[in-house]
Structure formats: C-alpha cells, structure tokens
Design a protein. Structure first.
Length: 264
C-alpha cells in the first residue's frame, strides 16, 4: 500500500498547508483517510476526486473532516457530474458517489454543521454515507480498516490499515493524549503515523494531545518499525521535534511532509 501525505497541520493550517489528510492507494483502490481543512485542494494535486473509492474519518473535529463540505459541493455541482453535457464535459449517467465511513454519531454532526445554512443533507447527497462501529472492519477493495477509541476531547478513532495483497500495517494515532491503548493498538505496526501536536504537555485542563517526545516513546513501547510525526505546526521547529521523538524512540523519526510517499 502507498501512503501519500496530503496535510499534516494541526487545527490550523501551515502556510500553503492542509490539516489531517492521507491518501492510501493499493492497486486500483484509492482511499482518503481524514479530510481536514485544505485537504480537498491537496487531494486534487494527486488524484482525481471522482476516482476516490472511499473517505474514512477518524473523528469529528473540524481539522479532520471539514473539507467534506467543499468535496460534497464538487460531487453535486461540478459540471462533469451532471446528466447533461456541460462543455467540455459530455454528461454522465453515473456521477461519482464515493463511500464515506464516519465514526459513530458522525452523520448527525455533519447534519448540524451544514444545517447551519439550511443544507442538512448536503454530505449525504454527495457520498454513500455509513457509520462504522469501533469493532467493525471497513473493507475497501483490498484495504482493511480497523479502529480503536483513543482518549481525546471527543472519541477519536485510531485507524489500522492493512491490505489483503500483503505488505505491512499502517497504524494512525488520530488524536490522543498519552495512552496505553495507543501503544497496544500500534503494537508491531510497520509505520506508526502519530500525532505530535505539542511542544510541551498542556499547562492546564484535561490532556488531549501528545508531545513529539511522547509520540516517540509510544512508538518505542509499541515496537513499531518506523515513526512518522504528524499534526504538527510549521510554527514549531520540525527538526527539534523529530530529534526529541527520535531520542525517545531510539531510532530515526521523520516529520510528515506534504507529497511524501511511503510504501508500507
Ligand atoms: Zn481532534
């Protein structure tokens, strides 16, 4: 399976960047994992949005789903999606309608968001929508997605991806405070894509994210093959974050970067 980073920003975009968004491709199958702000435009640099088979969302925070809104407008209103010719497009009887796998409660959250301007069923019109259960396996072509709830400000779902064609396993942390369940979920993953939002632990309140050092430490405890940091702002020193994570992991660590491709 091939992973392409579309966006790695935290809840606000890097300059010219995008929030959470990762393209997964295996044979003819294309899946978008998370669709945060800025991701739709980045997606279009790499694949045609009508060729995406499914979108899988880890949790219902804006930086992980809000570009489902422009994506929906494209699927509904783009000239190429219409039944009649709109030059230069010939018209189609089978407009693209990708699957959209949301966490439990995701449908209602989206209805509230787009309902704010009277468009309650916008996303449902555009996508073949489903909600996964945490214990379920979502299969898209050869790709298999499984989940575990991580402690965050809302239930976030870490996502594990494997392919029936072989290859390795991707474990994506989603967003999480330091947690034994994240170590368990990532156990022996070939590539651990892990959030490293914080330069230091939160100063007050309930914790919701990891530092880069904690991200590396989770990778070490889980015995993963490779650690890639994500959900980290360009306002932090990326090299220093990678070094702190590497010291904790006990091996080299990279920071995710738009357009970088990982073969897993
Ligand atoms: Zn979040």
């Amino acid at each position: 399976m091939r992973l392409t980073v579309l966006g790695k920003s935290p809840a606000w975009q890097d300059i010219d960047g995008a929030c959470s968004g990762y393209l997964l491709q295996e044979a003819d199958t294309t899946v978008l994992l998370d669709c945060g702000n800025g991701v739709f435009g980045k997606l279009r640099k790499f694949v045609d949005y009508v060729d995406v088979d499914a979108v899988v969302v880890s949790h219902m925070h804006a930086d992980h789903f809000v570009d489902l809104v422009p994506y929906s407008y494209a699927l509904i209103h783009a000239p190429r999606q219409q039944p009649v010719p709109v030059p230069p497009w010939p018209g189609t009887d089978s407009p693209a309608r990708p699957r959209l796998a949301l966490p439990p409660g995701g449908r209602e959250t989206l209805r509230q968001v787009v309902g704010a301007w009277g468009n309650e069923d916008l996303v449902e019109q555009a996508f073949e929508m489903e909600e996964y259960a945490v214990e379920s396996v979502v299969e898209v072509g050869p790709l298999r997605f499984s989940f575990a709830v991580m402690p965050h400000f809302v239930d976030a779902h870490a996502v594990s991806v494997t392919s029936s064609n072989g290859g390795g396993r991707l474990a994506f942390s989603a967003d999480s405070r330091p947690a034994a369940e994240l170590v368990e979920f990532a156990r022996d993953a070939d590539l651990f894509l892990v959030e490293a939002t914080l330069p230091r632990p939160e100063r007050s309140g309930v914790r919701g994210h990891l530092t880069s050092e904690e991200a590396g430490e989770h990778g070490r405890q889980a015995g993963v093959g490779r650690v890639v940091l994500t959900h980290i702002s360009d306002e932090l020193d990326q090299g220093e974050a990678a070094q702190r994570a590497a010291d904790a992991f006990g091996g080299p660590v990279e920071v995710a970067c738009e357009g970088v491709v990982y073969e897993i």
